[in-house]
Design a protein around this ligand. Structure first.
Ligand SMILES: NC(=O)c1ccc[n+]([C@@H]2O[C@H](COP(=O)([O-])OP(=O)(O)OC[C@H]3O[C@@H](n4cnc5c(N)ncnc54)[C@H](OP(=O)(O)O)[C@@H]3O)[C@@H](O)[C@H]2O)c1
Length: 322
């Protein structure tokens, strides 16, 4: 089958280690099913893999891609949950299983014609969502869902700041947060992306690092180093920062004095459970929320898609079709 593979790690030039071409079909395993992929979304995780973050060279070559929607062997339309883990080993939450992995970390991922996953990792795809839209849910939208609805600790009506408005997780936070009744403020380096964020439903959008009209109840962080000091300064005393990523680097000053003096809570968040993915799909169906898809490309043009993400030239998700 045709697939996009991480063949080598290159921290400086991630595209150099990517190969497009034939790979063996997934081998059948007990309790696993093979899904025919109709759409697969790109995540920053795929760029990190090529840079060697979160994976070691002995795991290569491995098919890239965390997210997919497609059909199971009975022809049912499904969304593929990317977390391969044992809920029993994580106290009922597979994201807390110390041995968990995401597709493309230990097992071949979704940038291919077919992918094999444990049967429990299939979630029904609502008919109202296209394959391209459904393929956006398993990583970026699931992460945003858990950040807002499990980790933020704030109720609808609260003010939530989303850093880096154009990103896949960030656009998901704006859409889901708005649909649930939060007042969403967003930041972006780009004026055009700030305008788009407001069109999506953000109440206001600000230049990255700008002083806000008032402190917010919670901040959703995916950017890391470039926005951390602003996040710490922008949250009200006793408020919370939820962080799931550090795209711009993970060595900012920790701002410890401000963290303890204003009694902030800093909460890490990673992916979500299979059951949360099922509820997220239903949330989209019920509210009319549809993932923001910047563009759809043939899988054979994956190189262009990765380059756009590395350049920051995206608003929302980029989806590949095999
Ligand atoms: N823990 C998890 O389970 C999990 C799940 C999903 C994602 N993540 C992580 O979360 C991060 C975001 O993922 P994504 O897929 O949404 O990535 P993405 O689509 O590439 O978005 C990154 C966004 O960050 C902002 N940004 C990047 N560099 C910046 C800088 N120097 N200064 C200010 N803003 C900057 C940009 O926003 P503007 O261009 O609008 O300024 C960009 O749109 C990644 O690091 C990813 O690995 C983690």
């Amino acid at each position: 089958m045709f697939a996009v593979t991480a063949a080598r790690i290159d921290a400086e030039n991630p595209l150099a280690g990517m190969e497009l071409g034939e790979r063996p079909d997934p081998a059948p395993k007990d309790g696993w099913v093979t899904v025919t992929i109709r759409a697969a979304a790109l995540n920053h995780h795929d760029v990190w893999t090529l840079r060697g973050v979160g994976i070691s060279a002995e795991r290569l070559p491995i098919v890239l891609g965390c997210d997919a929607a497609g059909t199971d062997p009975d022809g049912n339309e499904v969304i593929v949950h990317s977390v391969i883990g044992d809920p029993d080993a994580g106290g009922g939450d597979e994201t807390l299983d110390p041995r968990r992995s995401l597709l493309s970390e230990r097992y071949d991922g979704t940038f291919a014609e077919r992918v094999s996953v444990p049967r429990r990792n299939l979630v029904p795809k609502p008919a109202a969502l296209s394959f391209e839209e459904a393929a956006c849910l398993p990583t970026a939208y699931l992460t945003a869902y858990k950040m807002l609805f499990e980790k933020s600790g704030v109720q609808p009506g609260a003010t939530v700041l989303v850093q880096g408005a154009g990103g896949g997780v960030a656009t998901a936070l704006i859409l889901l947060g708005r649909a649930a009744g939060y007042r969403i403020w967003a930041t972006s380096r780009s004026e055009a992306k700030r305008d788009r964020a407001v069109e999506l439903g953000a109440d206001q959008a600000f230049a990255t690092g700008a002083r806000l009209p008032e402190r917010v109840d919670a901040v959703m962080e995916t950017v890391g180093q470039a926005t951390w000091a602003h996040s710490v300064r922008s949250v009200r005393p006793g408020g919370r920062i939820v962080i799931c990523g550090a795209t711009s680097g993970d060595a900012p000053p920790a701002e410890l004095t401000r963290v303890f003096f204003t009694q902030l809570t800093v909460t890490g968040s990673t992916m979500g459970t299979r059951d949360q993915l099922g509820r997220l799909a239903r949330f989209c169906e019920q509210t009319g929320v549809r993932p923001v898809v910047d563009r759809v490309l043939p899988l054979a043009e994956a190189r262009d898609g990765f380059a756009a993400m590395i350049a920051g030239d995206l608003f929302g998700k980029l989806v590949f079709v095999p």
